[in-house]
Write a protein that binds this ligand. Sequence first.
Ligand SMILES: [Ca+2]
Ligand SMILES: [Ca+2]
Length: 507
Amino acid sequence: MRSVSRLSLFGLLALGCGASACIVFSNPAEVMPAGDGGSVLSIAYPSRDVYAILSTTAVSLVPDVDGTPSAFSISPALPSGLVLNSESGIIAGVPGTVADDVEYTVTAAGDVGSVQDSFRLTVLAGYAVNSSLDGPDDDGGADTSCFSTAASGCSLRAAVQTANGQAGKQLILLQSQTHTLASALPNLDSDLVLAGMGATSSVIAPAAANPGHRFAEVTGTPTLKLAGVSVNDFGPANGAVLAGYSASAIVVKNSRFDGNRGGDGGVFDLGLGATLTVDGAHFENNGTGNWGGVVNLGSGSSADIQNCYATRNEGTWGSFSHIYAGAIMSITNCTLYDNVNYNSGTLASPEGTYHIRNVTLVGNSSTNPTGPAGYYFFTDLVTYFSANSILADNRDGNGAENNCHKNNVAAVLNSLGGHIISDAAGNCAAELTGPNDQLATNPLLVGAAPADNGGATLTWLPQAGSPALDGGVNSECAAKDQRGEPRPADALGGGPLCDAGAVEAQP
Ligand SMILES: [Ca+2]
Ligand SMILES: [Ca+2]
C-alpha cells in the first residue's frame, strides 16, 4: 500500500495551487477500494480546506491517484466555473458562485469498485492581501477597492476595513508571509473568514512583541473564522488575540497562537454570549498574570475546543483556561503539557461548567507551593463532566502530584468513566468511581514529552501495556482522536474499545 506523508503543524502542501489563491492543509486521506481485484485504487486531493475569492481565485486541485480509475464524479455539483475533469480527476477554474464551507466528495470508479476522497470548499466575495505592510485603506473602506498607498497594496488592515463595509460574509486571503500590524485591527463587525496559507506560512504579528494592543475585537453578532494562520505576540490586553463581548462567534481552524500576553485570557477573552469553536490549534507560550493563560470565559460565554496542543502557557488561575458563572467550556482531544500556573489549576474555575473528553493533561505545574496543577474547583458553583482522560504528573510548587483539587468540596465532579490518574486524585477521589476509572495508576506514555505522531498537532502515545489502551468508555468516546484517526479502534484485538487520552492507538 502506498504511504501517504503527513505534514505537521498545519504545514502547507502546495500541490497544484496557483499564486496566493488556494489554501491547502495537510492530512491527505487514502481510501481503499471496495473490491479486491489485486490492484489498489486510491485518490487523495492535496487539501482538506480550500478557500477562493468569488470570481477571482484560480483554483487547481490535482489528485494523487493510484490504480487506473475509469471515471471521476463529484457530489454535490461544484460552483459554476469550477470543473472536474472526469478522466483525470483534476478540478480547475475560477469559481463564480458562492459556497460556504461545503464538503465535496469525489468518487473514482475502477473496474472492481470505487474509492472516494473529500475536501471542503469556501467561495466568498472578498479580498486578497498582497502587502505584508500595515496601512489604512485610502478611502477608509468606503468603496470596494482594497488599496493602501502607505502599504503599497492591499494590506490586511485595508482588507478588513473594506470587508467591514460590504454586506454579506466576506473572505480575506493572506499570502505566505508575515503581516505586521502597528495597532489593533478595526473592530470586526460583519461576517468574515480570514484564511492563510497554513499556520507555518501566514503569520500575523506586531512589529515588536507585546506592544500593548490586541489583534482585534469582534463586535455585534458576526462570525469570524480564522483558518491556516499564526497570530503571535499580541497584548498585553484582555484577549490578546481576540476579544468578544457580544453574541458573536469566533471559529478557529488549523491555526497557531504563540507569545500572546493577556490581561484576562492570554489568547481569547469572551463574555456576554460570545462563543468560540476551535478545530485544530497549537497554543504555545501565551499567558496572563491573571485568569486563563489561553482562554478566559466570562459570564454566559462558551467554548468548544477540539484537537489542540497547548504547552508553556501561563496563568495565575488556569494556565490553559478559566471560566465564570454560566460559562461552558468543552475540551475534547487535546494534549495539555508543561503549562504553568502561578496559583491554581491548568483548568480552573470559580463557577461554570467544564465538559472534558479524551484529554491528555500531563506534566503541567504550579509555582504555588501547594498549587493544584490539573482540575481546580474554586467554589461550590463549579461542575465538571469528565471522561476518558489522563491526568498525570501535574505537580505543585513543592513537586508533589496534585492532579485534581476542590477548594470547596461541594463542587461537583461527574465522572463518566475512563480516567487514568497518576495520584490518588486528592479530594476528587470520592467522585472518580465511574467505569474504568483508575487512580494511582501510571499511564505509561512514550518518552518524556509529546511528539509528532501524525496529524497536525503534537500528541503523547501510550506505551505497549499502558492502561490507557482500551482504558476509556465507548459511550463517551470521541469519533476521532486528536490526529483524526478513528475511535474506538481495536489495537489489542479485544474489540473496538476507546483509549483514554487524546490519541487512539490504531491496529
Ligand atoms: Ca478602498
Ligand atoms: Ca482502543
